[in-house]
Design a binder for this molecule. Sequence first.
Ligand SMILES: *[C@@H]1O[C@H](CO)[C@@H](O)[C@H](O)[C@H]1NC(C)=O
Ligand SMILES: *[C@@H]1O[C@H](CO)[C@@H](O)[C@H](O)[C@H]1NC(C)=O
Ligand SMILES: *[C@@H]1O[C@H](CO)[C@@H](O)[C@H](O)[C@H]1NC(C)=O
Ligand SMILES: *[C@@H]1O[C@H](CO)[C@@H](O)[C@H](O)[C@H]1NC(C)=O
Length: 322
Amino acid sequence: MMEFLIRPLLLILLIAQMQSAQDSYKAATFEYEPEYIPDDPLETMRLNAKEFEKQIEIVSKEYAKIIVFPELGLTSIHLPNRSALSNWSIEVPDPEKNSLPCNESGIHEVLHKISCAAERRKLYVVINLVEKKDNCLYSSNVVFSSEGRIVARYRKYYRYNEFGEFNRPKELNATAFSTPFGTFGVLIGADILYEEPARTLIEKNVRQFVYPLAWVTVLPFSTSYQMQLTWSKTKDVTVISAPYYPGREYVVGGIFMSAGYDPKAARLNSAIVDIVPRKGRVSIDEISQSVTEPIGNDCVVRNKDIKLKIPCSTGIMRSRLQ
Ligand SMILES: *[C@@H]1O[C@H](CO)[C@@H](O)[C@H](O)[C@H]1NC(C)=O
Ligand SMILES: *[C@@H]1O[C@H](CO)[C@@H](O)[C@H](O)[C@H]1NC(C)=O
Ligand SMILES: *[C@@H]1O[C@H](CO)[C@@H](O)[C@H](O)[C@H]1NC(C)=O
Ligand SMILES: *[C@@H]1O[C@H](CO)[C@@H](O)[C@H](O)[C@H]1NC(C)=O
């Protein structure tokens, strides 16, 4: 009689457990203080890419499905002035080409290495780099799928007292990518202080975000961790943030989940993995769209008090949105 009762109970428990395994996945983030070799961009990027490969391998053994690396994690914040910045840059294939850098020639070795690592370890990888496109240099997030393909590219739009003389892109695109464990919006740094592109993404039902950042915490209110936690809770979204180590004892990022979950703080130079509830998959075609109106043919570089105009086919600074 007892057995008769217990068996169905066990079955129900087993099904519940399988269900919950499907409803969540493991995500990883890496807080990092990058290597920097003065005047040697290639060696700097090689060293940091090597560290990324190492972390990708470590978290894959813990069954992470996605890992996020910090803003400027490949180059460090020690970027030279504009005339030398292009030596720190990388050309990134258009995501529409569905490029697999690991198996293609003529692609920068750093993209090649990260692509191979993503493919080999079968996880999604998000990095930030200095992107070169024609005469423009952008701070861009690049997303690799678990097959090693470039599936998204997002160029930084809001610049906030920043490192590096980058261009502002001509338009701000709401950018997302789909995975078997849900759709992710892509953000960088100061984005969470502004309405767009988050509003468009959330309106389209995106509930998970990847978020590389290099945030300078200024007490009492501009504290990175609290800002992200609040953002995640009030918008009811998951934020997988990867902070650049700011050289101080502030906690600056981690994995933030919406209501009912505790955040998990990132740990310096050692990736963390956490179980994250899976949130809906939505149609990407509807999302990839410009949320600002493109203007002009020039792009403007601004860094503190330096302002120079560079002829360039894609980009302009819109003062209204500064
Ligand atoms: C930019 O940096 C290079 C190398 O450090 C230096 O020679 C040059 O004078 C700098 N240019 C400006 C405009 O500061
Ligand atoms: C950029 O790299 C090239 C090739 O390695 C080198 O000749 C040039 O001096 C570098 N420019 C600067 C400003 O460092
Ligand atoms: C790409 O190259 C890797 C490593 O050489 C190989 O294992 C993989 O099968 C290739 N993938 C495709 C889609 O050709
Ligand atoms: C925005 O998306 C359009 C259409 O895919 C593309 O042509 C443009 O380069 C993108 N702009 C940025 C800043 O990524």
